[in-house]
Design a binder for this molecule. Structure first.
Ligand code: ZN
Length: 826
């Protein structure tokens, strides 16, 4: 398909001068066709985006984009599906009219550049690079209280739709912008409704007391490899199944008292699976943004600080594992859309990794802001300048971005060095079919190639398993296979096993998900652990409880046997005899015995993400439950209504009885008395990690957290996978392996203060406790209690030191939860 030459219409104009249109692409500059003038946001919304105390909700934002798209040939507005709470997701494709008329061909070219196997010759490659626009995605306000970008998106779209200056025309000609006003529309409305309700009251400008995503709250940006949320799935599909952007820019806001604007480069440590070229390109774009914002007169611009690139599940790093450039900026927040006032004193106290004080000039922070009034308009202007800087680079260096993108995909297809892992094998018949389906489904959805082995393979020696397969894999023919894994020799590989080869365009994603993370031991000047921005380890087969083996030797043999490339999770579900997805409703079978009445404690005064993820897991497994507030717990013994109560992880003090309700934060002392009676009367209380401390204290349970009060110089474990030794004879451990992986995130490790009264179900390992991530001070946790049961009266308390349902990602430890609940139905 000849992209740019295929549409030769309209009027060629030469007035603007060829120098504005670098790269020498084929095609012509086209004047806008006669049309209705695009409406400015003010004309539709009734105010300027960014005005103080004015906030467009989701239907207003959608309404504006629809109006704009209806009159502008530069915009194609799409609705890729519905959100968790059934609002429409939207995105706008913005480009020249010529490109907008040519979208299918451009998308096809992008797909080829993303997968070099689809390109027939160097000549075709060169033609695609010469003729294809660069694709840029800009996503706004995934974190809904960081609300300004969602408003800014209307102005950005308007400017691109209406301006006819050479710079804008060049951007439109050379790029396709995928503009997502928010990947979390539900949250835009949660914040807009709350803001309007509180406007003019003394809570004006505060954050809403609930999660701004039904399940995930702020963790909606922690889901980019697991794809639990409908929003993450939709955007992942859009970007990495349809459009393959070269650059993704995610627009955020940070706290109020630090730098005014953080832009990349990022802080240490980098994830070793990110191509160095990408980090350099990130630095270039970040510095261009910083320079342009500074040139416009803004102060307090910070680079090389706080935000690292280690963690894989955030939107700023997900692009790297798709050979794209990922940019994040963090503007200092106002108070939602209300201006704030920041003092020099507040600034001088603000410090972070890479910034000693927001008042101290350094090379990466050369121009501190002196303090004063900070308005939503300031945020919006900086974000607009940053978007323009990005689009301008993408336009001017279009061909470089395309070529680098292509070359990174090609590097993924290069032969793996001998002795290195060549593939990961997921043997059939492991008995965790839902986990296997979920894991492979998520891999496929993010563009990873997974093959099914259609014939059983037999070993011929005991030490080394031999297998023979041939198969077509895209343009590459693979003849396999001798599979050797010295630590886990298997005698045969059953038909229906899955193989993920490393020679694929997204090789780095496979490595980053399957190989253990080894986080560097980093300390501050005082010897404390220097905390990572998010978690340190997440190795997918470990958290999912799926057996996956590294394949290090593949021997070519002639054979007729075939591999099948899988297209979606339903193909895996079909293989495994599981109910397929046919609608929004999860097809996973409910593991809970009938008639067990279950409640989940929900803090009604502050959103708790662990509570949200707990509901996510129950909804995904079709487990019925009710949410129970602290007021309901304090009002009456819940035993009459429930058999089981789950307390998600949350660290709150117990509110003394009689304290004013508006200062209460969690369960009151009266509530704990009712919870104790609930257990005495035969109820099962299941408590996760952070909630255990208060429960142990209030119910006088014979346990203590042995990590309480220990400095991070002596013990530190921020989001890592740890080995636990399980007492498989205990009914709560039914179906679990003796050697199991558990998720630990600054979590708990117990000692019994009266060992006769504590039933230990699992302990942290006696050795080699760390499986993936970072663990400092292993001796402090070795052999400590990870999961325990205490009987009280006719009931029991089950205490998890770790997070059995962390972010809906730890399917490997879900059975502990099901078993603990099912014990109530004995
Ligand atoms: Zn954010």
């Amino acid at each position: 398909m000849n992209l740019m030459r295929s549409v030769i219409v309209l009027v060629v104009i030469d007035l603007l001068g060829a120098t504005a249109f670098v790269q020498g692409r084929a095609g012509s500059l086209l004047a806008a066709s006669p049309q209705v003038r695009p409406p400015a946001p003010r004309e539709v919304l009734g105010f300027e985006p960014g005005d103080d105390r004015k906030l467009a909700d989701w239907s207003q934002i959608v309404g504006y984009f629809k109006r704009l798209a209806s009159v502008s040939g530069r915009i194609s507005l799409q609705e890729p599906g519905l959100t968790t709470e059934r609002r429409p997701l939207i995105y706008a494709l913005i480009s020249s009219e010529q490109n907008i008329q040519n979208l299918p061909a451009i998308r096809d070219a992008q797909r080829k550049l993303a997968d070099p196997r689809l390109i027939a010759s160097p000549a075709e490659r060169d033609r695609l690079i010469a003729e294809t626009p660069a694709v840029v995605a800009i996503t706004c306000s995934i974190h809904s209280t960081e609300i300004v970008a969602s408003q800014m998106s209307t102005q950005l779209a308007y400017d691109l739709a209406s301006a006819d200056d050479p710079d804008t025309l060049s951007i439109l000609h050379n790029t396709i912008l995928i503009l997502i006003p928010s990947p979390n529309p539900d949250g835009v409305d949660i914040v807009a409704n709350w803001y309007r309700q509180t406007l003019g009251t003394n809570t004006e400008g505060r954050e809403p007391p609930e999660l701004y995503h039904h399940y995930a709250g702020h963790d909606d940006n922690r889901d980019w490899f697991m794809l639990n949320l409908k929003e993450t799935k939709a955007v992942t599909h859009l970007l990495w199944k349809e459009w393959f952007p070269q650059i993704v820019y995610d627009v955020h806001q940070q706290g109020s008292n630090g730098s005014r604007f953080f832009v990349p480069p990022f802080y240490d440590p980098p994830n070793p699976n990110i191509a160095p070229l990408l980090l350099r390109e990130v630095g270039l774009i970040g510095h261009k943004m910083a320079a342009d914002v500074t040139a416009a007169g803004f102060k307090g611009i910070l680079t090389n600080a706080l935000y690292d690139t280690w963690w894989h599940g955030g939107f700023r790093t997900a692009p790297y594992f798709h050979n794209s450039i990922g940019i994040l900026t963090e503007a200092s927040s106002a108070r939602l859309m209300t201006p704030s006032n920041v003092t020099r004193e507040q600034l001088s106290r603000s410090s972070t990794r890479g910034m000693r004080s927001a008042m101290e000039a350094t090379t990466n922070f050369p121009n501190p802001w002196p303090g004063g009034t900070w308005r939503p308009r300031d945020i919006m202007q900086m974000e607009m300048i940053a978007c323009h800087a990005l689009l301008s680079l993408a336009s001017n260096y279009r061909a470089d971005y395309l070529r680098n993108f292509y070359e990174l995909g090609k590097a993924g297809l290069a032969p793996v060095d001998s002795g290195q892992t060549l593939a990961y094998l997921i043997p059939a018949g492991q008995g965790r079919d839902e986990n296997v389906a979920k894991m492979i489904g998520a891999l496929i959805e993010q563009g990873v190639e997974v093959y099914r082995l259609d014939h059983e393979l037999h070993g011929t020696t005991s030490a080394e398993v031999l297998a023979t397969v041939t198969g077509e894999r895209g343009a590459v023919t693979h003849a396999i296979v001798s599979i050797s894994d010295k630590s886990h020799p298997v005698a045969e590989i059953p038909a229906g096993s899955y193989i993920v080869f490393l020679d694929q365009p997204y090789r780095q994603n496979v490595l980053a998900l399957f190989a253990p993370q080894i986080y560097p031991d980093r300390t501050t000047a005082t010897g404390e652990a220097e905390r990572p921005y998010d978690v340190a380890g997440w190795t997918l087969p470990l958290t999912m409880g799926v057996d996956a083996r590294a394949v290090r030797f593949i021997q070519e043999r002639p054979s007729e046997r075939k591999l099948t490339l899988l297209k979606n999770e339903n193909e895996v579900r079909h293989d495994l005899g599981l109910t397929p997805w046919s609608s929004d409703k999860s097809p996973v079978a409910n593991p809970i015995k009938p008639r067990i009445k279950l409640a989940v404690y929900k803090n009604s005064r502050a959103g708790n993400m662990d509570e949200g993820w707990t509901r996510y897991v129950f909804d995904t497994f079709n487990v019925p439950y009710q949410s129970l507030s602290e007021t309901a717990i304090a009002d009456a013994n819940p035993r009459a209504r429930f058999d089981v109560i789950v307390l998600p992880s949350e660290q709150t003090r117990a509110t003394p009885d009689g304290e004013a309700p508006e200062t209460q934060r969690g369960i009151a002392e009266a509530g704990y008395k009712n919870l104790a009676q609930f257990v005495e009367d035969g109820g099962t209380l299941i408590c996760f990690d952070g909630s255990c401390g208060q429960l142990i204290k209030q119910l006088k349970l014979p346990l203590r957290n042995s990590l309480d009060g220990i400095r991070s110089s002596d013990f530190y474990c921020p989001g890592s996978v740890l080995r636990i030794d399980v007492d498989t004879a205990n009914p709560i451990a039914r179906t679990m392996a003796k050697d199991t992986s558990a998720y630990f995130i600054n979590s708990s490790a117990f000692e019994a203060t009266d060992s006769g009264k504590v039933q230990v179900i699992a302990r942290y390992g006696k050795e080699s406790v760390l499986q993936s991530g970072w663990l400092r001070g292993e001796d402090r946790i070795k052999d400590k209690i990870a999961l325990a049961e205490v009987t009280m009266g006719k009931g029991r308390v089950v205490l998890f030191g770790f997070r059995p349902q962390h972010r809906g990602q730890t399917w490997g430890t879900f059975p502990f939860i099901w078993n603990a609940i099912n014990l109530a139905g004995r």
